[in-house]
Design a protein around this ligand. Structure first.
Ligand SMILES: Nc1nc2c([nH]c(=O)n2[C@H]2C[C@H](O)[C@@H](COP(=O)(O)OP(=O)(O)OP(=O)(O)O)O2)c(=O)[nH]1
Length: 176
């Protein structure tokens, strides 16, 4: 099974004009993926873990490689198990963070964009994301089984079914 990660950097945009009614505008850093699995769709920075690499390190490395941001203090927010035609395909660790350095910049792999959390373009993302990403961006934690059918590649298979559990704890070993 492939082990992979996603990282969702969050910030408050307090700039003049951004806030309405005294509220700060919460934004998430998404990427428009330029190649590979999910090409052309929006996602968080992330990717496959290298052999022997822990998921937290992977999320930090992938975010640096894709958009040049140095993320810190990652909070585990989810574990997504993707099944393709009834078989384990990818296990994805999901993180969020409000702590990072640098400015997001485009790479060959990704074009970054700060997006208000209530304007996330779910119609231009993996179909299952609308089920779990809103809660993750609100600060909730989730485990999910997400079932696809139709053969490789995963991003051309049909999303058919899901089981989600909210409010799980990622303390201890599962906090990796
Ligand atoms: N948001 C979201 N992300 C997903 C889903 N399924 C899925 O594999 N991903 C993520 C996990 C990984 O971060 C990413 C795929 O890994 P990747 O970006 O390294 O894939 P790639 O084929 O481009 O890899 P590479 O050759 O560049 O290493 O897509 C999904 O349903 N929703």
């Amino acid at each position: 099974m492939i082990e992979a990660t996603l990282c969702f950097p969050l910030r408050d945009d307090d700039s003049e004009g951004a806030a309405t009614d005294g509220d700060t505008l919460r934004e998430v850093l998404l990427i428009e993926k330029r190649r590979g699995l999910g090409e052309g769709w929006y996602n968080g920075p992330g990717g496959k873990c290298e052999p022997g690499e822990g998921p937290r390190k992977c999320a930090i490395r992938e975010t640096r490689e894709e958009v040049g941001l140095e993320v810190r203090d990652l909070e585990k927010a989810g574990e997504l198990r993707f099944l393709l035609d009834g078989e384990d395909h990818t296990f994805c660790h999901v993180y969020r963070t409000r702590s990072f350095g640098g400015e997001p910049t485009s790479s060959d792999e990704a074009h970054p964009e700060w997006v208000p959390v209530d304007e996330v373009p779910y119609d231009q993302m993996w179909e299952d994301d609308r089920l779990w990403l809103p809660g993750v961006l609100e600060g909730r934690s989730v485990t999910a089984e997400l079932r696809f059918e139709g053969g490789e590649p995963l991003d051309e298979a049909a999303f058919v079914d899901s089981d989600l559990e909210w409010g799980v704890s990622f303390d201890g070993a599962r906090g990796q």
